[in-house]
Design a protein around this ligand. Structure first.
Ligand SMILES: [Zn+2]
Length: 251
């Protein structure tokens, strides 16, 4: 096992090591980190280390040596392939656990309309995937607002603002000002998973931690939260990597 230092920035010390099979390991050291953590991204097949600022290069080397076998095992696991979804008429898409068929029509006007089991998309050529993505973002934001608003009411709190964004790994977060953020990709999850995430973030309006008290509030808002957590653990990565692909239209 060999290690090569490639970068060394002053604030966030960042080294790159080479792991089994020439896989790169990016090491980030910040004062925020309390211990050395090693993670593996199955989609990009890369390792990441986050370490406290004061840990030495030598300590990280030792840590990697101790985890060498685990790293080899990760690389032997089957790769997750990036799910590519074609935005074209006739394609099926799951939104909040319900199956919809796409109907794409070229038009100067951009719109996304949920009509029964059909999602009708209109817009200029080569823009359908962007229009659909925006339509799904607007749709999930409305759903999240309704559900969080109702749940916050039940625990005697109020939601200031709900934002949906593109996040790399987090499904939701809650700020001290009572702003809730969610990944727009929750739109691809079943409805009860969205409920769980709402319950989770709303519970943070009461308890800004993951204590027993926090989980009992989550349970009050979403009874079966354990199975929802399991579902996200198993399927979450897939949802985070869904890519919309445009149909190559003839000119
Ligand atoms: Zn949390």
């Amino acid at each position: 096992l060999e290690f090569i230092v490639l970068k060394d920035a002053s604030l966030n010390v960042c080294h790159e090591f080479i792991a089994p099979n020439n896989t790169k390991i990016v090491v980030t050291q910040t004062t925020k980190n309390k211990k050395i953590r090693l993670t593996f991204d199955t989609v990009n097949q890369t390792f990441k280390i986050s370490a406290p600022q004061l840990v030495s290069f030598f300590d990280i080397q030792l840590f990697l040596k101790r985890n060498f076998e685990w790293m080899e095992k990760q690389l032997l696991k089957p790769k997750i392939s990036v799910p590519i979804f074609k935005v074209q008429t006739g394609e099926k898409l799951f939104v909040l656990g319900l199956e919809y068929t796409l109907l794409c029509t070229v038009d100067v006007k951009k719109s996304v309309i949920f009509d029964g089991h059909t999602i009708k998309i209109t817009g200029p050529k080569r823009a359908f995937s962007k229009i659909l993505e925006q339509g799904l973002k607007d749709f999930i934001q409305k759903i999240l607002f309704q559900r969080c608003f109702a749940m916050a009411n039940r625990v005697g709190r109020s939601v200031s603002k709900i934002t949906v964004k593109e996040t790399k790994s987090r499904w939701g977060s809650c700020s001290s000002k009572g702003n809730l953020n969610f990944s727009w990709r929750l739109v691809f999850a079943p409805s009860y998973i969205v409920d769980y995430l709402c319950a989770h973030e709303v519970a943070h309006l009461v308890e800004m931690n993951h204590s027993h008290r926090f989980w009992s509030i989550v349970k009050k808002l979403h009874e079966d939260f354990e199975s929802s957590k399991q579902w996200l653990k198993k399927n979450g990565k897939y949802l985070l990597h869904i890519v919309f692909e445009e149909l190559p239209y003839e000119r």
